[in-house]
Design a protein around this ligand. Structure first.
Ligand SMILES: [Zn+2]
Length: 298
């Protein structure tokens, strides 16, 4: 049996604040689950992040206050945390006095979302994410599936469905096809989708999956994937946080040409006869990015 952890990056709204919407799933066989989960825990422990969620977009932001604390990198973790917290407290008080409720609300949110990581310098946070991606790249039985939609080229009317639904249908189809081609022992072939819990999509994806079980997707019947997606709290489940890292790495490569994380993650893309079949970049035909080149390769 295989578990496929799914998460998204970017917004499916058009135009929204990102040019791409990415839905990514990382599949691992259940007999590797424990060692993968433990490896991520070990990496987290090295950076004193045991209780923290790996939410990459918040981890990799510049934290302005760190640059304002002298010799920040020479302090130990406890001293750094205390210095940042003191700075943040005074910043909140300042904003409360300045009567800018919108900015105050946004700042409070930023502080809350990044609080778990403030004891790490930017370089350390980058290294942490690199260590996680590097670990994933070595999981030989892991397979990456993803639909990367360039929203400029997506026409919901022509597609007959919104971006997020189209992406989910593609992902389910590719995971199903992988399962159908993998192994001969029946117990090896089933799959379960595990999705980051998200109130707005859980009902929709559950209904879609029920429909796929009855009538198939546009590309395949569903025989190997069981049940509707299992929704879990990403704060509590390291492995679903890994899907966030995968989706982020794909988006940052396509939008900003950042290759370091992408190359590690993309090495796990599902391939058949040397051609990448698990990951697709939905864009113009002339795109020559690494995904399109690997997808076209014959
Ligand atoms: Zn491309």
């Amino acid at each position: 049996m295989y578990l496929c952890y799914v998460d998204e990056s970017g917004t499916s709204d058009i135009p929204g604040n990102s040019s791409h919407f990415i839905l990514a799933g990382l599949s691992i066989p259940i007999w590797n689950w424990k060692s993968c989960d433990q490896e991520i825990d070990r990496i987290k422990r090295r950076y004193d992040l045991c209780e923290a969620e790996i939410h990459i977009a918040w981890i990799l932001r510049p934290y302005l206050e760190q640059t304002k604390i002298s010799d920040f990198d020479k302090l130990n973790y406890v001293q750094r945390r205390s210095a940042v917290e003191a700075y943040r407290k005074s910043e909140i008080l300042r904003l409360q006095r300045s009567k800018k409720p919108k900015l105050l609300k946004q700042t409070k949110k930023n502080f809350q979302k990044t609080n778990s990581y403030i004891h790490l310098t930017y370089m350390e946070r980058k290294k942490f994410i690199f260590d996680v991606a590097n670990a994933i790249s070595k999981w030989r039985d892991a397979r990456l599936f993803a639909e990367c939609v360039d929203k400029v080229f997506f026409d919901p009317v022509k597609a007959g469905k919104p971006i997020d639904e189209q992406a989910f249908e593609q992902l389910v189809s590719r995971f199903e096809q992988f399962l159908q081609l993998t192994g001969t022992d029946a117990s090896h072939q089933n799959g379960l989708i595990i999705h980051d819990h998200n109130q707005t999509v859980s009902r929709k994806l559950t209904d879609m999956m029920k429909r796929f079980h009855q009538t198939g997707t546009l590309w395949t019947s569903i025989e190997k994937i069981i049940e509707t997606p299992l929704f879990v709290d990403s704060q509590l489940t390291s492995m679903v946080q890994i899907a966030d890292v995968c989706a982020y790495a794909l988006r940052r490569y396509l939008e900003n040409n950042e290759e370091e994380l992408f190359d590690l993650i993309f090495s796990r893309a599902d391939r058949k006869d040397g051609k990448v079949v698990g990951v697709r970049h939905f864009t113009n035909l002339s795109c020559s990015c690494k995904i399109c080149r690997a997808h076209r390769k014959v």
